[in-house]
Design a protein around this ligand. Structure first.
Ligand code: UTP
Length: 280
């Protein structure tokens, strides 16, 4: 597959792990050094060729929509003050006229599966991408790496985690002789298992390429772990029929839904930016 037409960004969650700031600032707009969390996700989608960006958001987070609005008056003031670098930073946010941006509301954060279902009417019939923006992946654009290997079925970015961390993730159940290079074929995905029940230590992280049939599975879903509609349950239901692949990626992933993850991502990005400036 050459490119993904549509990428969905579920951004309707409450971000409770980052309270108190998330009481009034969406976690997706918190900075990772020089750019908000959401900007990294959008750039990754554009790198994968996306032409339609669907943000599944909540009415309590209008700042997400505002972020993408052009502010002509601000640009004029910066230009008058000769601040060309800041104008170019704002230009980076502006999405070209060939990019369609859609905001759809999830009335209540009933879970990731429910959030993705809200995008059904916009995703079309072709495979589409999903990026969880708070999983920031620095380095090689992860969705593009996945796309380069994607053939059919569902694909999720995969990484090895420690035995005590398996209960924080969806965990792949690899099939026998299932590993070819960076790809791991799996026949199931178990949401947040106890270490003794985990089928492997290969965890799913927040990048997906999903066959459009996922919407049928999502419509039939019952609440799973934590009483939420889990995307992993719908993927697991489809896996035996259409196939499920984990794709190891080469970038560095940070859980920016936590204070420690945000700090570590900011430090890694700062080292990269300062290194690049020193090399100029
Ligand atoms: P998380 O579980 O990390 O986000 O969901 P959260 O619920 O906002 O965080 P905490 O646990 O309260 O701190 C991963 C992504 O899915 C979105 C979130 O906004 C986040 O980007 N999400 C989650 C939704 O859009 N809707 C939901 O119902 C749940």
């Amino acid at each position: 597959m050459q490119s993904l037409n549509c990428v969905v960004f579920p951004v309707a969650g409450r971000g409770t792990r980052l309270l108190p700031v998330t009481k009034s600032v969406p976690k997706e707009l918190l900075p990772v050094y020089d750019k908000p969390v959401l900007q990294y996700a959008v750039e990754e989608a554009l790198a994968a060729g996306a032409k339609r960006l669907v943000f599944v958001t909540h009415s309590s987070k209008p700042a997400i929509c505002d972020y993408f609005e052009r502010d002509k008056a601000l640009v004029e003031v910066l230009e008058e003050d000769g601040k060309a670098k800041l104008v170019s930073a704002l230009d980076d946010i502006s999405l070209g006229s060939d990019i369609e941006v859609i905001f759809v509301e999830q009335d209540q954060p009933l879970g990731l599966g429910h959030a993705v279902l809200m995008a059904a009417e916009f995703a079309g019939d072709a495979p589409f991408g999903v990026i969880l923006p708070d999983d920031v992946i620095l380095g090689m654009p992860c969705l593009s790496e996945m796309l380069s290997d994607y053939k059919a079925g569902h694909m999720i970015a995969a990484m090895e985690v420690s035995a005590q961390d398996v209960s924080k993730y969806g965990i792949f159940r690899p099939m026998a002789d299932a590993t070819i290079g960076n790809l791991v074929k799996a026949d199931a995905l178990v949401e947040k298992p106890a270490p003794e029940d985990a089928p492997s230590q290969l965890a799913a992280v927040g990048r997906y390429i999903l066959d459009a049939c996922i919407f049928d599975a999502l419509r039939q879903l019952s609440p799973g772990a934590g009483g939420e509609y889990q995307l992993t349950d719908a993927i697991a239901a489809d896996a035996p029929r259409i196939g499920l692949t984990g794709r190891r990626f080469s970038g560095q992933r940070f859980d920016c839904g936590t204070h420690d993850g945000l700090l570590a991502a900011g430090n890694a990005r700062a080292s990269f930016v300062k290194g690049a400036m020193a090399a100029e």
